[in-house]
Design a protein around this ligand. Structure first.
Ligand SMILES: [Zn+2]
Length: 321
């Protein structure tokens, strides 16, 4: 088996090829999840990812639904998907004795399951946080801290949180729903959250445009991060005028301080990815003969794997995009 990166992760065996997370529509492709840097139509993907893709790319963007733990033959190779713990519908991709993690998080999250290591010959692992300085507190602790900060803040006014339209946004809706206050979200985030509901996640939210008397009391507002830079969006301004507080949640908060640049009251290192300790634990537990790192700190992670685990490891390729 040969694996290399060229506009997607190409896996070749016996003169045949399939491609993982292609940059655009390709034959014989498999997609790990519905973040735009991994998503392309026409590929195998989980039914959840397929439904999110239709909201993000249009109803004509078709794909082939492959539920977790079902196996298909693609170009003579056995392909199956398993939970990646990153976002709703995210999958690790198994191709014969190769495992590609996609974006993953062993801790999982409020709107997805957790991922489990698998014995494999070749491991292709994401290295978004593949440097020693990226060590996060346990995810359940960060979620508890954020929830208690929201609860305190809501006693005196609304709360605005920065969030991507897919993944972190819906995760924060699920968390805010524990507080039983209205959760206001942008239109696109609401349309994607509807897909979660169709798949059994009982998220409660109100699109901005439909919110009215909900804004009179305490509420949680979700908005893209650019909406917090001054002058900020009208929705964030309204939160501030009502004496509200603002926060960001991201793994990057573990090392960067966004409070001054984005005028925030707080930030929380809440990540949908594993940190460096998760990455190293996962590699060790999969017991691979060879490892390829991709995305983010690929050189650094490969080196750490070689030194600490004494396992053959190298970056898959310098150019992801
Ligand atoms: Zn992702």
């Amino acid at each position: 088996m040969r694996v290399f990166y060229q506009k997607g992760i190409r896996v070749q065996r016996n003169g045949r090829e399939l491609i993982l997370d292609p940059r655009s529509r390709q034959p014989h492709a498999v997609v790990s999840h519905a973040h735009m840097d991994h998503l392309a139509p026409g590929a195998y993907m989980t039914p959840e990812t397929l439904d999110v893709m239709k909201v993000r790319m249009g109803q004509k963007a078709e794909g082939i639904a492959l539920p977790y733990h079902q196996e298909v033959d693609v170009e003579g190779m056995k392909v199956s998907l398993s939970e990646a713990g990153h976002v709703f519908g995210s999958a690790m991709i198994r191709v014969d004795d190769l495992l590609f993690t996609g974006d993953f998080n062993p801790s999982g999250g409020p709107t997805c399951g957790t991922c489990e290591p698998q014995d494999c010959h070749t491991l292709v692992i994401e290295s978004t946080y593949g440097e020693p300085r990226f060590a996060f507190p346990p995810k359940e602790d960060v979620l508890a801290d954020l929830l208690s900060w929201m609860e305190d803040s809501l006693e005196t006014g609304p709360v605005a949180l920065g969030a991507y339209e897919f993944g972190k946004g819906q995760e924060l809706v699920a968390l805010a729903n524990e507080l039983d206050v209205p959760v206001l979200v942008p239109n696109k985030m609401a349309r994607i959250a509807e897909v979660y509901r169709e798949h059994g996640h009982p998220l409660r939210f109100i699109p901005y445009a439909q919110a009215n008397e909900e804004k009179e009391g305490a509420y949680v507002l979700l908005a893209p991060s650019r909406a917090f830079k001054r002058p900020g969006s009208a929705e964030v301004q309204e939160v501030l005028e009502r004496g509200g507080r603002t926060a960001f949640t991201s793994g990057w908060c573990a090392v960067y301080d966004f409070r001054r640049s984005h005028h925030l009251d707080a930030q929380f290192p809440l990540s949908d990815h594993g940190d460096i300790d998760d990455l190293m634990w996962f590699v060790d537990a999969c017991n691979p003969r060879e490892v390829y790192t991709c995305l983010g700190y690929d050189e650094e992670l490969a080196k750490t794997i070689r030194v600490k685990l004494r396992t053959k490891a190298e970056p898959l390729g310098k150019r992801w995009f």
